[in-house]
Write a protein that binds this ligand. Sequence first.
Ligand code: 9YW
Length: 419
Amino acid sequence: MTQQIIDQAKAVMRKNDHGTYTVPTHGLYPFQWNWDSALSALGFAHFDEARAWTEIETLFAHQWDDGMVPHIIFHKHDDGYFPGPEVWGTGREVPTSGITQPPVAGFAVRRIFDRARDKELAAAKARTLLPLIHAWHQWFFSNRDPKGTGLVAIIHPWESGRDNSVDWDTAFERVPTDGVQPFTRRDTSHANPAHRPTDEQYKRYIWLVEKFRSLGWDNSKLHDASPFQIVDPGFNAILIRSCSDLAVLAETLGETEIAAQSQAMADKAIEAIETLWSDARGQYLCFDRSVGALVDSPSIGGILAAFAPIPKARAKAVSDRIEVLAASCNFLVPSHDPTAPEFDALRYWRGPIWLIVNYMIADGLECAGQTAMADRINRDCLRLIELGGFAEYYGPINAEPCGGDAFTWTAAMVIEILN
Ligand code: 9YW
């Protein structure tokens, strides 16, 4: 049974493999996405290490001169996705989007390196990637934390990877839609519109893209110019984890300066993330930097914080919080609290379960000694696969598979969990 599932997962990954990069799924997402690639590389590493390294190398081949690694790389023309390169207008030879995504590559590279069977290959690849990943981490703190708080802001919901989370609703009201010309969405012709973000949200997504484009994608200006600046605990946790993992990797490779700088960024952020803790909610919350207040929205962003090496007592509290959520759903971990009024069981990031997020939460809990909850989350991932196949995301009440099917990173996570 286990081998059969692994074989199916490998087949999904091979199907979406374009040789040097994978697409998340055919049709809906026909390009390379940033955090999809880093997490998918973990899956490849179990059966084709060279291919795993290539996935991450391709991603970093499109890093911008300022250090940013874009969220989409438009390797080949495909008009099945909106917004395409002409909307982004970033002016690059191989077009890319102009925003970034959760920086999970540092974590992935360390893990692939640590487990590598081909040590020589791993050392060579890690040595090349190390300064590139470090430059990206430094880019975050220079451009998305201009006041040096220790935590970085996202300036577009797409950067979080949790496109239509309830977390953004209030801040999004400050994003206008004037001047946005009519456009045709393509996602709703591939997937059920009832499971996707709304048209109103899409107009705001596009307004922000047009705003940033009008500033020439100059990252020294974008943060302050954006009416949307959110400090997301989940996003920051991924950055912290990648910085601390990169510190360990750099030390192993004898790159002591990168090691010290990475550890210093992680330490400062771990201290700062404490300001996002809410006793009332029993979890971390987002902080709306434009208005200077926490966002009282019980989403998975505040649970994903457990991916970072937060204090053990906090990890225990996050585990307790998941236990509370479990009372109102049949599968863990819902992307929003099922008892909250905004919860929407099948609409993208407003309720459904995403295996990649489950994987990172479980990994963090495991590291913090919360193994029973980590195991439970991983078991639920496998139950979902058995019931619904390799879907993009799943309903937490009835396990309904939603969004695109034959999804690369879902398959990669299953290979990770079963190995
Ligand atoms: C979009 C590819 C991406 C993920 C994001 C997810 C979705 C794309 O798909 O965004 O156009 O809305 O929200 O996290 O990287 O799988």
